[in-house]
Design a protein around this ligand. Structure first.
Ligand code: ADP
Length: 254
């Protein structure tokens, strides 16, 4: 059994065209995510990715179907589930008078646990920002700090919603390395992304969603064999991102 198991999951919202009707934002999807895998949820805007993630996390109510996380029913025991998951949200607002160390201690106290802010910040390469305020951080630093916040309860499963959107290539690759190292330590990671290179590089398996349904689900290699087996017409040595990184370096700028 997967560490995350969703069966016939459904979520309906009022139809934008006619509020008397509803439509299935998530339409009977099934997922089985294995322990220690990095699992990617891809799909165009409006496909139902965020709604799916929020139901897995217990942040949105489930209309039909069920979700078990580590064999715990998300609907029946939401607080037990919250103890073992970490959720990094797309947009975070923090109390802007508290520094990073104080914020992490505050978040840890919500889980009735204590943490060492310095080692947690070191994990996300922010150890030198321990006294900084959130508003003083760059985009990449904010993303890494939001991951540190999601790690305060030492979760088994980490959910990342578009973790690298808006980051420069250095910060993006730094975040990829962070995700890989957390995964190597044993963490299961579920992420959404619009960056196909990111999905291919990070994910052990990918589910592609469209209009509320999962239309394909497999390893990146198998998906390519099944749906895009032809080589590109013009053979490519690398891509422009590799050129950018070769010219401007892989080091973080912030
Ligand atoms: P994605 O994350 O793939 O972009 P979402 O899960 O955010 O997709 O949205 C799926 C569909 O559900 C979209 O059509 C969106 O407009 C709709 N939707 C999402 N949240 C709500 C809500 N709270 N109320 C009404 N409709 C919503």
């Amino acid at each position: 059994m997967g560490i995350i198991k969703a069966t016939n999951l459904e979520k309906h919202y009022p139809s934008p065209d006619n509020s008397a009707e509803t439509f299935a934002a998530v339409n009977k999807i099934n997922l089985s995510i294995r322990q220690k895998e990095i699992f990617g949820l891809l799909g165009p805007n409006g496909a139902g990715k965020t709604t799916t993630l929020e139901m897995l996390e217990g942040l949105t109510s489930i209309d039909k179907g069920n979700v078990f996380i580590n064999e715990i029913d998300v609907t029946k025991q939401p607080y037990e589930v919250k103890k073992i998951i970490g959720v990094q949200l797309q947009f975070n607002e923090y109390f802007d008078r508290l520094n990073l160390s104080e914020l992490l201690i505050l978040f840890a106290s919500l889980y009735a646990t204590s943490i060492d802010p310095e080692s947690l910040l070191a994990k996300v390469n922010l150890e030198d920002k321990i006294k900084a305020l959130p508003n003083d951080l760059s985009g990449g630093q904010k993303q890494r700090f939001s991951i540190a916040c999601a790690l305060v309860n030492n979760p088994k499963i980490l959910f990342l919603d578009e973790p690298t959107t808006g980051l420069d290539p250095q910060a993006k690759r730094n975040l990829w390395n962070l995700a890989k190292s957390l995964n190597e330590e044993g963490m299961t990671i579920v992420l959404t992304t619009h960056n196909m290179e990111e999905a291919e590089y990070l994910c052990d398996r990918i589910a592609i969603m469209d209009q509320g349904s999962i239309i394909a689900q497999d390893t990146p290699q198998q998906l390519i064999l099944d749906y895009a087996p032809e080589p590109p017409e013009i053979p490519m040595q690398g891509n422009i991102e590799d050129v950018f990184l070769a010219l401007t370096g892989h080091g973080l700028r912030d």
